[in-house]
Design a protein around this ligand. Structure first.
Ligand SMILES: [Zn+2]
Length: 426
């Protein structure tokens, strides 16, 4: 509740100077705590200016040093056993000494193991509510519907006597879930974008009126193809996003529709890929049980300009997906050029009649395109659009194989992937 009030009613820093001052203060306190409670960080520098001396971590580092990093003495094997048991029977009530344990997918591709203390969980819930619920109506009047694939216990902690909350299981047959959703009349609908698209389609087919005030996309990259469809289907101007993964609650959409990084509690270093794209390296300034320090996300973000809402929190124009969610093209001189997932999605927007697609690079010059529905028209148009894109990027044209495909709601949707490692191919 304290977190809710702070987020909702006290302003977040309005200037970068104030924000950075706050970050330094939190980081100093956090480093002191980690040195005292985590074996891994026992020799970490105390000076916030020397944060860069700590190594950059990735998922493999986190798993390898899980036990040493923990400040609450939870071992990886025990946590993994607990998380897998929860996943198997889809009962997420288990904990270790009150700590929530889970496997999370988040926006990032690989699964991560998370540990959250009761206090962190409560703060998370408060921050989440404050940052995502529409303003201008009593909190008591909100009905939140959640469609989630993996662990939902963190989201369930948002539920309270004050706010009604209903969980829908993606693994069950969707039609009955959508009927129940319509009867629930949600004010807020939370789901992965691929599921939001399906909910809209089922609702339309059954003639159901599903009109939440706010639609929030989670767990998958919200690309332009889905964003436009979701906005139209639910009649909302802005499709909100929660940028959240094992590593923390990293970003949210403001009232004006801009995605802001939650820099008031997370420090974001930027590894620039080009003028606008960067990979975030995050340090959570308040999460103690499982320290997240200089963690390289592997997501590609596109920096945005300042937002009219007045917040000093940096704007992200869009999340493009994982670094792997991109193809590697080749110029005639043999040099490589990255064709980002977002560029492919934007090209495919021009394919008439296309409902969904996947593009996967399977070799240096091999790309498999799967389209739904596959007809003469969609197949040919997909081929032409991709050829056009490769040409504009100055790449030689890859061999395109066009196939049909059937979407599966049970798995995380990634439209553009690379199953070929260009280092091995050279
Ligand atoms: Zn804003």
């Amino acid at each position: 509740m304290a977190a809710f009030v702070r987020e909702r009613y006290l302003s977040t820093p309005r200037s970068r100077v104030a924000l950075e001052r706050r970050q330094r203060r939190l980081l100093k306190r956090h480093l002191r705590y980690l040195r005292a409670h985590s074996a891994y960080f026992s020799t970490a520098p105390l000076d916030p200016e020397r944060l860069h001396e700590l190594p950059i971590a990735d998922k493999a580092t986190m798993m390898a040093h899980f036990d040493d990093m923990s400040t609450v003495g939870i071992a990886r094997d025990e946590a993994m056993t607990t998380a897998l048991a929860s996943e198997r029977d889809r009962d997420f009530g288990r904990d270790i000494d009150g700590h929530s344990i889970g496997l999370s997918s988040g926006t990032s591709g690989h699964r991560g193991l998370f540990v959250v203390s009761p206090g962190e969980r409560a703060r998370w819930a408060g921050t989440m509510l404050a940052r995502t619920l529409p303003r201008g109506r009593s909190l008591l009047a909100h009905r939140i519907a959640l469609f989630l694939r993996a662990d939902n216990s963190l989201y369930e902690s948002v539920a309270s006597r004050a706010i009604s909350f209903e969980y829908f299981d993606i693994y069950r047959e969707l039609e009955s879930q959508v009927v129940r959703l319509a009867a629930y009349r949600p004010t807020v609908l939370v789901a992965p974008p691929s599921v939001l698209v399906q909910i809209a389609a089922v609702g339309r087919r059954l003639g159901l009126d599903i009109a939440p005030e706010r639609v929030i996309s989670v767990a998958e990259v919200l690309d332009e193809l889905d964003r436009a469809r979701i906005a139209e289907a639910f009649g909302v101007a802005v499709v909100h996003q929660i940028y959240q993964c094992t590593e923390g609650f990293l970003g949210h959409t403001c009232e004006l529709g801009s995605m802001h990084l939650n820099e008031d509690t997370v420090l974001v270093e930027r590894e620039w890929l080009d003028d606008g794209r960067f990979v975030p390296i995050v340090t959570d300034l308040v999460r103690r049980s499982q320290p997240i320090v200089r963690y390289r996300m592997g997501d590609v973000l596109v920096a945005g300009g300042p937002c009219g809402c007045g917040s000093a929190l940096a704007v992200v124009e869009r999340i493009e997906g994982r670094e792997d969610d991109a193809l590697v093209g080749r110029r005639t001189d043999g040099s490589e050029v990255t064709v980002f997932g977002d560029q492919i999605v934007r090209a495919m927007l021009f394919v008439d009649g296309l409902e969904d697609f996947r593009v996967c690079q399977t070799g240096a010059d091999e790309v498999v395109v799967r389209v739904a529905p596959l007809t003469d028209v969609t197949g040919r148009a997909a081929r032409e659009e991709l050829h056009g894109l490769f040409e504009r990027m100055g790449c030689t044209e890859p061999r395109l194989t066009v196939e049909g495909f059937v979407p599966d709601l049970g798995t995380k949707q990634r439209r553009v992937t690379r199953e070929w490692d260009h280092d091995e191919g050279m």
